[in-house]
Design a binder for this molecule. Sequence first.
Ligand code: SF4
Length: 333
Amino acid sequence: MDNYILQVENLKKYFPIKKGFFKKKVGDVKAVDEISLKLERGKTLAIVGESGSGKTTLAKSIMRFYDLTEGKILFDGKDITTINEQKLKKLKQDMQMVHQDPTTSLNPRKKIKDILEAPLLIHNMGDAASRLKRVKELINIVELPEEFLYRYPHSLSGGQKQRIGIARALALNPKFIVLDEPTSALDVSVQAKIITLLKDLQKKFNLTYLFITHDLSLVRNFADDVGVMYLGSIVEYSDVETLYTHPQNPYTQSLLSSIPVVSDDEQSMLPKKIPLTGEIPSPSNMPTGCKFHTRCPFAEDICLTSPALLETEYGSFTRCHLVEKINKQKIGV
Ligand code: SF4
């Protein structure tokens, strides 16, 4: 069996920009632009970036919610790039998604029991008695009382609703789950409990996670590897410890330098403050060359040409022409 459950090669997802009476195509929004990544079984890969970086489009492309513009996706050894609807439906038993906002992702008119039973019904699984047994198992797995099965979503707190979202994703015993900002709509104290639950479930069921987040502070204790995304491209790819101890790309450094810290020790481990100025440019009007050059404090003329994603001395990969020069400046060589 292949050690990688997911392999993505040169994935592109462009959305056409159409204008005028005849809706003529005048360009593309390059939401995902030539992304390659690999995800090992039982591990967590975090995709981190600001809003508008394309991370959710990447996740939805991998889940095949969209037709792809270009590229290839192998899931569990099978090419799912051009798979037909019927085969895709079968495969979706192994690939599930937990959505960002538990309030909008749960049908307010259905009881929790019906919400959890829905995936089993869609896939014609079992009879009424076996489905009820599974639904009770699911509510126990996410540590909620069985009496919640007969309630409506509006009577649950945000954290409880997200537990239901997680239970629904587990209903079909998937191998792989996309977690699309699963805690961003929750209070900080509830966030920590949901992250702990997700870690416990990963161990228990050998789950593989693709964790989409804008919040680097959540990643260190949760992910194994991290891809930092900017305007549709991966600009740094690394194991989690190397990313925190030796971030190489100026964009990663600026994201890391702005995460909240609780102690002087933590502060001393973070890169010197690199202010992230301005807004992320529109993906319909990409800067030429290095996409970060309009906001990068180190930008030079060479940055008007595109840098490749190259291996660093720490074994990570970064997309920056000047990484060696910037590092030498930092240590005063
Ligand atoms: Fe900054 Fe230039 Fe490196 Fe891009 S290539 S991150 S603009 S220094």
